[in-house]
Design a protein around this ligand. Structure first.
Ligand SMILES: [Zn+2]
Length: 440
């Protein structure tokens, strides 16, 4: 049901579970509460005065040793990755995770207890479009110790991952699409694992006071120590994927791309999420149209509608940002999921049709021609388009900057315009359009 997946979701009612935390061993009860659209995922420390909340965002990441901790001011929440993983993979965009401790319960070391609690409460759609991160170009992060994470464009969220143990032992590989059903069955049950060599060190550092064979698999040499046998022959790489989903949830957007991870860990995962957030910030750096400066001689929507005869849904220009002399101007069009053409083009993978980008170019060029034709008794007709190239897809949420430059206007009879549409400083489409003027 791709159409339903485009809406934000929260819990239908409160989800709750109890247990003890890994690092401190303290008892903790956790409740996941529904939250309004666009509020994202937040943690709430019920055990502290004034019950402070911390946004689960990459900007709030504090430490990444063995687990991912976030904080604001002096308030901390540790080991956030498993509950965030479950929420993200089951498609929960907005929720408040209330806890009476500084860490969620570790359960059996997997994400299964969170999945069960969320399923019991139910997931409900909200009346707001889901915030997505469509990957357009490869984004990668590499470390000196040989970790590499890269994301490539893909219509769905996929993860391909390797896990390499010491001396090549337990080297595993898995590639899978991440859907709620696949996650529940293949990823969520995979448990945390530790290497025996690391355990003593961790105990000395007081990092696993609550650790036991009930909530982690211990790997010693070629053998595996755990209370329960391995749930999958490749359980380790599955848990690595679980952690990647949790760490990438700190982006606050549903990823549409293929993540390839070699030797992932919380450090490189969160560095990677930070790199993605930076690209995302550049994408949304375009201000909402109401805040855009009109610029010298720009036209607001009313002025555009006074010049152009087109009306919704065929008006492809929200405003003219600016003119440069008589021959150049830049128009702007905010492309939202509510555009009628997304219903049929295509529900599972909405992209703006190229011909409508050409239409947008023609409308912006028309505005230029109206200015120079000087006579209201003439109408410009769009005759042809040459050298049209569609270079990149345009997605819901994009802001289209439509550049038009008149290159020829012969005796006010014929006019040519070089046009291009730009999203995030990259040309998404271009072409040379020709018009003729006809007396009304
Ligand atoms: Zn983990």
């Amino acid at each position: 049901m791709p159409a339903a997946a485009e809406f934000q979701h929260t819990l239908a009612k409160t989800a709750s579970l109890h247990g003890s935390s890994l690092h401190t061993g303290a008892k903790v009860s956790l409740k996941i509460q529904p939250a309004p659209p666009d509020s994202g995922i937040k943690f709430k420390r019920k055990d502290l005065q004034d019950e402070p909340t911390i946004d689960a965002t990459i900007a709030n990441v504090k430490t990444v040793e063995r687990a991912t901790s976030i904080g604001e001011g002096s308030i901390r929440v540790h080991t956030v990755e498993h509950v965030l993983s479950a929420l993200a993979a089951l498609g929960v965009d907005n929720a408040v995770i209330e806890m009476d401790a500084n860490e969620p319960p570790i359960g059996d070391g997997s994400a299964l207890p969170f999945v069960d609690a969320i399923r019991k409460a139910g997931v409900a759609p909200q009346e707001a479009p889901r915030l997505l991160f469509h990957v357009r170009e490869p984004i990668s992060v590499e470390t000196k110790s040989g970790s590499l994470l890269v994301v490539l464009p893909d219509n769905e969220f996929r993860i391909s991952c390797t896990q390499a143990g010491p001396e090549g032992r337990f080297t595993q590989f898995m590639t899978t699409a991440i859907t709620p059903a696949i996650y529940e069955r293949e990823i969520a049950p995979a448990r945390t694992f530790v290497y025996y060599e690391d355990v003593e060190q961790l105990m000395e550092k007081n990092l696993i006071k609550g650790g036991s064979l009930e909530n982690a698999i211990v790997v010693r040499g070629d053998s595996v120590l755990s209370k329960e046998p391995l749930r999958f022959p490749d359980e380790f790489v599955r848990h690595k994927i679980l952690d990647i989903i949790g760490d990438l949830a700190l982006l606050g957007r549903a990823l549409r791309g293929h993540v390839i991870a070699i030797k992932p860990g919380h450090g490189v995962n969160t560095d990677f999420a930070r790199a993605l957030a930076k690209v995302q910030a550049a994408t949304t750096a375009v201000l909402p149209k109401s805040a855009l400066p009109l610029g010298e001689g720009g036209l607001d929507i009313n002025a555009v509608m006074a010049v152009l005869p087109h009306r919704y849904p065929f008006l492809m220009v929200d405003r003219i940002l600016s003119f440069e002399g008589e021959t150049k101007c830049i128009g702007i069009k905010s492309v939202t999921i509510n555009e009628p053409f997304f219903q049929g083009h295509f529900p599972g993978h909405p992209v703006m049709p190229g011909v409508l980008q050409v239409e947008a170019m023609a409308q912006v060029a028309s505005v230029l021609m109206m200015r120079i034709s000087k006579s209201a008794s003439r109408v410009g007709y769009f005759m042809s388009a040459d050298g049209v190239k569609f270079r990149k897809p345009v997605f819901p949420g994009d802001t289209l900057f439509i550049h038009a430059e008149l290159t020829k206007s012969r005796g006010n009879r014929l006019a040519k315009a070089m046009c291009k549409c730009v999203v995030n400083d990259a040309v998404v489409s271009e072409g040379e359009l020709m018009f003729t003027f006809i007396d009304k």
